[in-house]
Every structure is written in structure tokens, then in C-alpha cells.
Ligand binder design. Structure first.
Ligand code: HSE
Length: 423
């Protein structure tokens, strides 16, 4: 074997994933050396508070960011801080100081990817971001190189483990939303403040990164229509099941001709669809490419070792190849209501009054929205509250919204109507 190439790694942030990376390297250093010819060495790490940090795996610790980018011997800096600042400033500074960068930070790339990739290209430095979307699943590499021969017209899937865990608990264990969220928090799959995950922001940031790679479009997360799972109830889950569906939080991107439809929303998936069986914290992504046709990738989208595995793959790739330019997109994305029709599940919480159901169906009829299934019942223990659940035939979102906005004017409604797209 020829002389191994030593790769010195500096970390910005040394939490769960950083510890996972150091563990993997310590436990498998010889094996990695044999597989890659590279001797990986995490040399120095930026931490917030030295007194709280253990000396982990012989890594030198510092609270001064410039120690990382000024350190002559560091070849690759791995950003594991999360959030936008100071991550953005430090990543740009590392590039300017001649370091290659690996990041697990999807927010940073979704909001500032263009600036970072442009700076890297100008300075001939690489930015690896395999860990930023769907953790351990090598999705970025598949889009960036494995499928490079393809025009991709469809990419969709479960890209947020927190919401998938919550919805799985609601389906499997018959838990209400709040209980399922509390279980997810207990099990470490939801943050104490779960807003970014349950509202769909996390998935929209991931979809923005994926849309750049799949469709060559420059899109910011706030341009992607986004619906959270917070309003789903156990009754919605049960109604969906009775109709032959499971509810999954989907990130969805479809290109037809010059129009691109991006969205993040809970969706009714038929029981027979492979995504229906992707449970708990797992992720799965479907891709349709012009040459390969359909493909599905499945695995752990977060967690210490799956994410560290993705980070390590970027380190090896950069150490082997040096500068590889990242794709920079100039096509702006304009978000608009899609004209694509689909079926919808609707739930409307109504007062238990004569004519209440008739009033709803009249609005549907007026807008020529055909109903394929409808059920109504009284909500137990409330006495005076009723619930209507409807499955429509194919209808455009625009037409449906017109009918629902009229229904919403009704002052006695207990909440806004809930509409969920059927896949
Ligand atoms: N909370 C995210 C998820 C992981 O569950 O997928 C980080 O994006």
C-alpha cells in the first residue's frame, strides 16, 4: 500500500453528530485507511464552553472560531453548529482561508446556498452537504452524480423524521396529536420546541435544497407552500384509514413542461403505496428520472451515526477529489397555486343544527365539486358539535379554496375547515 494521506479535520460545533464522527473514526480508522487510503484525524473542535466539554477522543477544544480556520494543518472544516449565524459567517471565512467545508446544515444552504457555493467556486474550494438532507441516506450524491444522466421531473417523499414519528404513533397507537408529540419528545425524535418540524419549515428547507439539485431552480423555503400537521386529529387519522389511506407529511416537487409545483403538506397516501409503510423516524424519497424511471431511497434521516456517516462520506470524497464545483442555480422559482387537480379529504367542525350538512354540500355543489364519500357524526361528549368528513373527486385547489372560503364565513363553525390532498 502506498503512503496513506492524512486528512486533518476541524469541527465547528461538537455536539451529537461531532461525537458520532469522532466515534466512527476511532472505531474504524484502520478499516477506513484500507478502504480509502486516507488516515482521517479530527484535530480540533470549536465548542461553546470549555468547562462543559469533555476531552473527547483526544480532540483539542477551543472557544475561538479563528483557531479552526487559521489552523494551518486543518484540511477540511465540518460545520455542525446548525442555524444561520454565526454558521454562515464562519463557513465563508473558512472558504476564504482555503479550507474545504462539509456541512450538515440544511437551513444554511436553503437560505444562503447561492452565496456559499459562489464563494466556494471562486476560491476553488469544495462544499460537501450530504448530511444536510435525509441524514444517512446518500440522496445528495444520487442527485449530484448517480442520476446525472437524467432529467428529473418528480421527487417526493418523507424527509422529516419528527412528523413521520408523530403520525406513525397516531396511526399505530391511536394517540391524539398532543400525546404523540409528547411521545416523540420523550423518545428524542422531537425538539422541546417542535415548531420547525411540525409546521413543515424543516421539510421546506430540505425541499429547497433538493429542488435546486433536481430541477436546477433557485428557491427559498418561504416560497414553498407549506402546511403543518398541528391540526390533524386522531379522527382524521381514523377517517383516512376507513377510506383506505394513511396520512404522511410529504415534501413534493413535480416539473411539467415549464411549470414547477413544490409543496410541503400532510397527504393521504393509499395503503398500497410503498411510502405508506415508511414508519416512525424513517425517511424515504421517490425520484423519477428520464433514463432510470422510478427509484426509492429509504433509511434514517437523522441521528448521531447516520448523520456522521454522511459527513464522513463527504470528507472522503473531498480528500480524494479536491475541488468539485457545486451546482449554482439562476432560474428563479415563482410559486403559484397549481392547476393540477387532485382529490381532497375535508373535515369541517360544525354546530349540530338542522340544515348544517346541507349548507356545506350546497357550497360544494355551487362550485361543481363532486363528493365521492361523506360522513357526519356528533363529536362525543360535546353534545352540540358535529363533524363532517368529505372525500372529493378530482378538483383544482383554486376551486376548492373558493368553496371553503365561503363555508368559512359561517360564524358558527368551530374551526377553519381542514383540507388534505390525496396522493
Ligand atoms: N428534525 C429533523 C427530522 C432532523 O426529524 O428529520 C433534522 O432536520
Amino acid at each position: 500500500m502506498s503512503q496513506p494521506q492524512t486528512v486533518k479535520i476541524g469541527l465547528l460545533g461538537f455536539g451529537n453528530i461531532g461525537a458520532g464522527l469522532v466515534d466512527l473514526i476511532q472505531q474504524n480508522r484502520q478499516a477506513y485507511l484500507q478502504r480509502t487510503g486516507l488516515d482521517l484525524d479530527v484535530t480540533i473542535a470549536l465548542v461553546r464552553d470549555l468547562s462543559k466539554s469533555r476531552l473527547y477522543g483526544g480532540v483539542e477544544l477551543t472557544t475561538n472560531p479563528s483557531d479552526i480556520y487559521q489552523f494551518r494543518h486543518v484540511d477540511i472544516v465540518v460545520e455542525l453548529m446548525g442555524g444561520l449565524e454565526p454558521a454562515r459567517t464562519l463557513v465563508l471565512e473558512c472558504l476564504r482561508r482555503g479550507k474545504h467545508v462539509v456541512t450538515a446544515n440544511k437551513s444554511l444552504l436553503a437560505w444562503h446556498g447561492k452565496e456559499i457555493f459562489r464563494t466556494a467556486a471562486r476560491l476553488k474550494r469544495s462544499v460537501g452537504f450530504e448530511a444536510s438532507v435525509c441524514g444517512g441516506i446518500p440522496l445528495i450524491r444520487v442527485l449530484n452524480s448517480g442520476l446525472i444522466a437524467n432529467e428529473i421531473d418528480l421527487i417526493y417523499g418523507i424527509v422529516n423524521g419528527t412528523t413521520n414519528y408523530i403520525l406513525s404513533k397516531m396511526h399505530q397507537d391511536r394517540l391524539g396529536y398532543k400525546q404523540a408529540l409528547a411521545e416523540a419528545q420523550e423518545a428524542g425524535f422531537a425538539e422541546p420546541n417542535p415548531h420547525n418540524d411540525v409546521s413543515g419549515i424543516d421539510a421546506a428547507e430540505k425541499l429547497a435544497v433538493l429542488a435546486g439539485l433536481a430541477f436546477g431552480v433557485d428557491v427559498l423555503p418561504n416560497q414553498i407552500p407549506c402546511q403543518g400537521i398541528e391540526r390533524l386529529t386522531l379522527e382524521d387519522i381514523r377517517s383516512a384509514e376507513e377510506m383506505g389511506y394513511v396520512i404522511k407529511m410529504l415534501a413534493y416537487g413535480k416539473q411539467s413542461g415549464r411549470s414547477l409545483d413544490l409543496r410541503v403538506q400532510p397527504t393521504l397516501i393509499p395503503n398500497s403505496h410503498p411510502l405508506a409503510n415508511v414508519a416512525n423516524e424513517n425517511n424515504a424519497v421517490f425520484i423519477h428520472g428520464s433514463a432510470v424511471s422510478d427509484m426509492m431511497l429509504y433509511g434514517k434521516g437523522a441521528g448521531r451515526y447516520p448523520t456522521a456517516s454522511a459527513v464522513l462520506s463527504d470528507i472522503v470524497e473531498i480528500a480524494r477529489s479536491g475541488f468539485v464545483p457545486s451546482r449554482i442555480n439562476d432560474n428563479q422559482y415563482i410559486s403559484k397555486l397549481t392547476t393540477q387537480k387532485s382529490r381532497f379529504y375535508i373535515r369541517i367542525d360544525i354546530p349540530d343544527r338542522p340544515g348544517a350538512i346541507g349548507k356545506i354540500t350546497t357550497h360544494f355543489g355551487k362550485h361543481k365539486i363532486s363528493i365521492s364519500h361523506a360522513a357526519a357524526d356528533l363529536v362525543k361528549r360535546t353534545g352540540s358539535r358535529g363533524r363532517v368528513t368529505i372525500l372529493t373527486h378530482d378538483v383544482s385547489e383554486k376551486r376548492l379554496q373558493k368553496a371553503l372560503s365561503e363555508i368559512e364565513q359561517w360564524p358558527d363553525l368551530h374551526s377553519h375547515p381542514l383540507a388534505i390532498r390525496v396522493f
